[in-house]
Design a protein around this ligand. Sequence first.
Ligand code: ATP
Length: 371
Amino acid sequence: MTKQLFKIAVLQGDGIGAEVMDACIKVLERLLADQSRFGLSYIHAAGGAQHYAQTGTALPERTLRACEDADAILFGAMGLPHIRYPDGTEISPQLDLRKDLDLYAGVRPIRAIPGVPSVLADPRAAQIDFVLVREQSEGLFYGRLYPEKQPKADDSEAFDLGRISRKASERLFDFAFRLARRRKDANQAKGQVTCVDKANVLSSMAFFHKIYWERAKLYADIKASHCYVDAMALNLVKRPWDYDVVPTENQFGDILSDLAAGLIGGLGMSPSADIGDKHGLFQPSHGTAPDIAGLGKANPAAMILSAGMMLEWLGEKHGLSEACTEAARLRQAVDAAFGSGKIRSVESGGQDGTQAIAAAVISALGKKSGK
Ligand code: ATP
């Protein structure tokens, strides 16, 4: 049997991006050490704010090509507050990659991990398990993605042009309904989609809302519901365990995913994937965290869980059940490491930083496979 080798473009980026990526690759190497069916070959590529400061380019052509050629992309974090473009905005090549590779669905699983303290006192917090699906090709980020379409700003006013299109909304909702169906079939969830918008005030959102209900009719096996974004901010704090799959507009998804990460122990526990029809990019939900960069305090769990999402995506895309099995093994090892009660991240008020958490996951992997 030939061993399948997947090409993985690795963009570690700035700040804690590089730290959590090193830890993640060590964990992946341990995870796949005995795997005979497939392996990963890493292609390291440059990019980010430091790279921009040194070369004047945030995302070199060579890096973009490496991402296009790869089977998947592992991405740390990019951008630093003191390095900016001339218009004052931060360096964010992740937005350019989303546009260039058409990574339209930002998938952010929010799952309570055993042993990780929640800010919510309610015992049902242990049941939190939902997925935010953020539209990433337009919405209020449209003007940032397509500056040529943006109305001209001067020193008296500035604009951000938002856009909602039928095509982008339909594919987002179809993605969300298909995901809810997969989760239901896997007995993981109840089969429910909740659209989040602001259709009561903004006409573009009323259009988004209308398309949602049109698509919902095509998925009769999935329960469809709806919530305005302001009410959702409240509900995610009061009863987050009630949700399953939650599609929303770009900017709303950006904000709600940070709020949601706060419910399960912080950004360091919150993985994400940027998915298109062809490419997949996997990165933690957090940024470069300049306040803790270089101190060894970053929690690598979000990066490690994002790598698990990558293995599952590769497995499903290539019909390779072994990759899905390894993804599940990795998730179980993260659960076992935190669930043991022996580690607590700095973010959750503990003492354990990047090395200690990665070592605990590696040790849990060893135990699982009996080695
Ligand atoms: P961006 O705008 O690039 O998404 P952000 O403004 O959301 O970034 P982050 O860099 O994600 O900011 O950091 C927000 C806060 O969360 C900081 O206080 C940071 O230290 C903390 N944080 C983020 N990621 C981690 C992590 N992996 N481990 C521990 N703390 C983290």
